[in-house]
Ligand binder design. Structure first.
Ligand code: ZN
Length: 263
């Protein structure tokens, strides 16, 4: 196998999970950014949330333009953070289905590996229940594709699991915060694109139009309820914690200064 293992920071996991949980009707996807070390371990520290042009079920396609934009974004990040950054792989969600990659996933992954042998795929299975307690569970898998029949046609691709480790992050990094903030906006744009497409149709009756207006409004409420409101609440809580910590540090500094003067 080309890869040793994959390490993902906890703030990247948070963004991917938030994205995966944003809809239980269709699959969502994005690209993973970071660096690779000399031991062939990938270190994922940022993501690019992708806007879908096709929201049909089981349809996850990344256009060459999206890949190229992500590469430009990775390069910009590498200048900002002063460390090498590149596109390392892709992630997508499996709402209500098993975490195992489908036949299409394994073939798509093989195609990416033809361009970059270290490219990796990560799947988040969401909105599924445990068999025994019926509790909601999240499952994650990390994989690459391997051609079991390199000498024959057609190729016989199989999935090979890659060990995935989560690395705790002490803070929410700026690139992850940015992705998190962009997420509701991207989902809004997807809904607006669908809605605008229906408005261009000539033969719609007033009732059809009213129905489309209602569907669009419902989608906006869903984004606000599921993403924007919890995000604002969580960021406010983080700000309160940071202010409290800052106050503590200022008090400690004052105490040290007083003790120094007295000594
Ligand atoms: Zn899939």
């Amino acid at each position: 196998m080309a890869l040793n293992s994959v390490c993902m920071t906890s703030d990247v996991y948070l963004v991917c999970l938030q994205h995966a949980l944003s809809t239980e009707k269709e699959e969502v996807m994005g690209l993973l950014i970071g660096e690779i070390d000399s031991k062939k371990t990938l270190h994922i520290s940022a993501v690019v949330v992708l806007r879908r042009s096709d929201k049909r079920k089981d349809r996850v396609e990344i256009s060459p333009e999206q890949l190229s934009n992500a590469a430009v974004h990775a390069e910009r990040l590498s200048h900002e953070l002063n460390q090498p950054m590149r596109v390392l792989g892709w992630y997508h969600s499996h709402p209500h289905i098993t975490v195992c990659p489908s036949h299409i996933d394994v073939t798509t992954q093989a195609m990416y590996q033809m361009m970059d042998k270290y490219f990796v795929g990560i799947i988040f299975s969401v909105f599924s229940e445990t068999k025994t307690t019926k509790e909601q569970q999240v499952q994650v898998t990390c994989f690459q594709s391997l051609n079991k029949n390199p000498d024959c046609e057609p190729p016989a691709y199989v999935q090979v699991e890659v060990p995935l480790h989560f690395v705790p992050a002490s803070r929410l990094s700026r690139p992850c915060l940015q992705s998190m903030i962009e997420l509701p906006e991207i989902l809004f744009q997807e809904e607006k694109d669908c809605y605008d497409a229906t408005r261009r149709l000539q033969y719609l009756s007033v009732v059809d139009q009213l129905n489309n207006d209602a569907v669009f409004t419902k989608a906006m409420c869903h984004i606000t309820e599921m993403l924007t409101a919890p995000l604002v609440k969580s960021l406010e809580q983080r700000r309160t914690l940071c202010r409290r910590r800052l106050d503590e540090l200022l008090r400690e500094r004052e105490q040290i200064m007083t003790e120094k003067l007295q000594a």
